[in-house]
Ligand binder design. Structure first.
Ligand code: URA
Length: 370
């Protein structure tokens, strides 16, 4: 089935697959489910066929042995993916509504290298996808809404769609490259006397206490756009500006899962971090307590549209025995590879930058006046 609709408002909808009625008519959203989608869009001021272009994750109708409709397999979705992505590039929509699991698998699945999870984790985000250059808005498939017959599901679905359509008024959020400095020594940190910083470590493992563990690389962001990143210095004297900064109560501290940075600082630098002001992981959990939505990589994708900035590094930050929380990971292997050190440093730099940006965003959401 070809893309269908007049696309007047620049919205692209991606469903699952054509059913019997759609196949017969050569047009999407013709059956009972399609009528529900048409009605719901109309209530929100959008004409499904005039204002949108409509495609599916699977472009032909999948049938079972008896010739009835069935859901497409992952393989079928993968086979159609190239065409689906080509349509997104060709139409360059202002926003893409992903209706249900198949659409999420199609558009996000190949780029998301971790466990994808289902629609209940993805729905409701408005993702400024930097690869696709458009807002990606996943929500339930109308057939799920119909089957659920639940006022809660209805209202969540309508809220998701209303928020998605509100993006028509909002400019696309383009990622701004941060300025990353690689100082030869840590005295540059003496300049930071107030305000807030985020900081992040790359270490030899999860816990610092067993023999041989080290902080390998650290980064400090002092604004949403600027950070320092450095390898661990060799002597306590060289560490001093960093230790002064972490123990300075006039400088607020941000981290993702601050107990990790706190514990490593305590164990390796023998100092208590002073003035923790924000933990982006706890804040994420307060803002949204669904399963699987508080990890930094997920938050960076849904808020900043950057997918998978860690997959080259991630295997080296895992040990060969993930059950042993004292195990040494593979970070030294990475450092021995050509370009490995630079990759690790840049990755660490991005972590503290994204933590800073996330903290700002979360504060604006949490501290809104009631
Ligand atoms: N269901 C879908 O997912 N897509 C259609 O086009 C029709 C029904």
């Amino acid at each position: 089935m070809k893309p269908y609709g007049n696309f007047k408002k620049g919205i692209m909808n991606i469903g699952e697959a054509p059913g019997e009625e759609e196949d017969a008519a050569g047009k999407p959203w013709q059956g009972k489910t399609g009528k529900l989608l048409q009605r719901t869009y109309r209530k929100l001021g959008i004409d499904l066929f005039e204002d949108c272009i409509n495609i599916n994750a699977c472009h032909c109708r999948p049938t079972d042995a008896r010739g009835d409709n069935r859901a497409p397999t992952n393989e079928e979705i993968e086979n159609c993916r190239r065409t689906t992505l080509r349509y997104i590039h060709q139409y360059n929509p202002k926003l893409v509504v992903l209706l249900g699991n198949s659409a999420v698998t199609s558009v996000i699945g190949s780029r998301w290298k971790k466990e994808l999870g289902g629609i209940s984790k993805w729905r409701g985000w408005q993702i400024p996808d930097q690869d696709l250059n458009t807002w990606i808005c996943p929500t339930y498939h109308p057939s799920f809404v119909e089957r659920s017959d639940s006022a809660d599901v209805d209202s969540i679905w309508i809220r998701d769609l209303r928020e998605a359509f509100s993006l028509l008024e909002k400019p696309f959020l383009k990622h701004k490259e941060p300025y990353v400095e690689y100082p030869p020594d840590l005295r540059v940190l003496d300049r930071i006397k107030d305000g807030v910083i985020s900081f992040d470590y790359e270490t030899t493992g999860k816990k610092p206490h067993a023999r041989g563990h080290k902080i390998v690389v650290a980064s400090v962001a002092d604004s949403p756009d600027h950070c320092y990143v450095f390898h661990s210095p060799k002597t306590p004297l060289e560490w001093k500006p960093f230790i002064r900064l972490l123990s300075d109560p006039k400088v607020g501290k941000i981290a993702q899962n601050m107990k990790f940075e706190h514990m490593w600082t305590q164990s390796k630098l023998r100092v208590e971090v002073q003035n923790w002001v924000w933990d982006t992981m706890i804040a994420a959990h307060i803002l949204d307590n669904r399963y699987g939505v508080t990890g930094l990589k997920f938050l960076v994708y849904v808020h900043f549209g950057i997918v998978d900035y860690d997959s080259e590094i991630a295997p080296y930050l895992r040990s060969n025995n993930e059950k042993d929380s004292n195990a040494i990971n593979r970070i030294y292997e990475l450092l021995q590879m050509p370009g490995g050190s630079e990759k690790l440093m840049y990755y660490c730099a991005l972590d503290s930058i994204y933590e800073y940006r996330l903290a700002m965003l979360q504060q604006s959401e949490i501290l809104l006046p009631f």
